[in-house]
Write a protein that binds this ligand. Structure first.
Ligand SMILES: Nc1ncnc2c1ncn2[C@@H]1O[C@H](COP(=O)(O)OP(=O)(O)OP(=O)(O)O)[C@@H](O)[C@H]1O
Length: 249
């Protein structure tokens, strides 16, 4: 794996579910050491793109390439555990593979929650729970960390602290990071590159470039209203791209 070759890439990717085209002509690359964030309205294909990159969805056309031997750490949006099941955080980190108490502690330290090893999973706050998921992903020693709206349900300071932790993990391990987020303002500052998705890539670039892009502004609005506009978006915008195939239309 050279510096120049991406950890993972999608080339002219189109994904269909039955008759519905969810993604079309998507090109994306994530290099080692960079933090790439995908933003887009609900139903714009973000999770589908992640699933395709992970190999869980077969492209209709185009291709996905992963670097040989790529190790991926995945942090899901949420994980539902039976609340009546007694399970400490340390034990949770040993699923599915047993890890030593020392490694579990190190991973929790990196995730910013060194003190929760003996706590019950069911007793964690939302933020602590997501940190436990992050610690589990870190234990994979990933080349690429993938997070699917991992801060959903956290307040803005909680989300900001979480992303800061992600940046530290990237700085110490050199892994690449690909994340989906709705915390637009927080994420913009934590990302090297932002990809605005709406069935296709509407615009992409550094956070500054994307924030100034007309397509991004049409989708998300400006200022603090932008994040709210995300949920209100009804595809009432018009722009140069052809949205006729977008499933979300
Ligand atoms: N397995 C599936 N079978 C059929 N349709 C699907 C499947 N998975 C997703 N879809 C559809 O594909 C579209 C994109 O879904 P996806 O979950 O990728 O969007 P998203 O951008 O992640 O949305 P959100 O922000 O709401 O999480 C939606 O219209 C969804 O209903």
């Amino acid at each position: 794996m050279t510096d120049a070759s991406p950890l993972v890439s999608a080339s002219d990717l189109t994904v269909r579910f039955g008759e519905t085209t969810v993604l079309h002509d998507v090109n994306l690359r994530v290099q080692a050491g960079e933090i790439v964030t995908i933003v887009g309205p609900n139903g714009s294909g973000k999770s589908t793109l992640i699933a395709a990159l992970l190999g869980g969805v077969t492209p209709a056309t185009g291709r996905i390439d992963r670097a040989a031997g790529l190790r991926i750490g995945y942090v899901p949006q949420r994980l539902v555990l039976d609340p009546t099941l007694p399970m400490t955080v340390e034990r949770f980190l040993s699923l599915p593979r047993r890890v030593s108490a020392r490694r579990a502690r190190e991973a929790l330290e990196r995730a910013g929650v060194p003190e929760i090893g003996n706590r019950q999973m069911a007793a964690l706050s939302g933020g602590q729970f997501q940190r436990a998921l992050l610690a589990r992903a870190i234990l994979e020693e990933p080349d690429l960390l993938i997070l699917d709206e991992a801060t959903a349900g956290l307040d803005q300071p909680g989300a900001a602290a979480f992303y800061q932790r992600i940046e530290e993990v990237r700085a110490t391990t050199g892994c690449g990071v690909l994340m989906i987020s709705h915390d637009l303002h927080v994420v913009m500052s934590a990302s090297d590159r932002v990809i605005c998705l709406n069935g296709h890539v509407c615009c992409e670039g550094t956070p500054e470039v994307v924030a100034a892009a007309p397509d991004y502004r049409r989708l998300f609005g400006e200022g603090t209203q932008g994040a709210l506009a995300l949920y209100r978006h009804h595809h009432d915008h018009t722009h140069a791209h052809d949205h006729s195939q977008d499933a979300a239309e």
